[in-house]
Write a protein of this length. Sequence first.
Length: 158
Amino acid sequence: MKANHEFPELDLAQYGRLVGQPPRASSWIRIRQTDIDTFADLTRDRYFLHVDPDRARAESPFGGTIAHGFHTMSLLSAFAHEAVPVVRGARMGLNFGFNRVRFVAPVPVDSRVRGVFALASLTERKPGEWVAAWSVTVEIEGSDKPALAGEWLTLSIF
């Protein structure tokens, strides 16, 4: 699967035709300890599995520190900016929530991850508002299991 870095804006009808099409992937990004530490500082979640490499290596089954699940989830927006087309004519696009999300596998420090998106449905919520349901995964390079799997909802307002 190739990353989709450049694509034209799509009108609503074209966007709707993405339902059932092959997934779109972002570029890979490396998760560094400095990224994990910054996220820990921002969220005030300084659990040793994330911020203490020596203790995590000695006491955890992961062999070292891992990214927070919410850190992994927060990357979806950046991944989507690369892999999900913009709807032409929409005044704005909003995060509308999740129908489900699971943290399937831990993301070890220094691993690379990317977002993979497939449009599951596009429905009119009310006149001028359309909800897209995206099947999303965050893949870990070289791993059989994804870090995250879910269904993410976005709202386009015209």
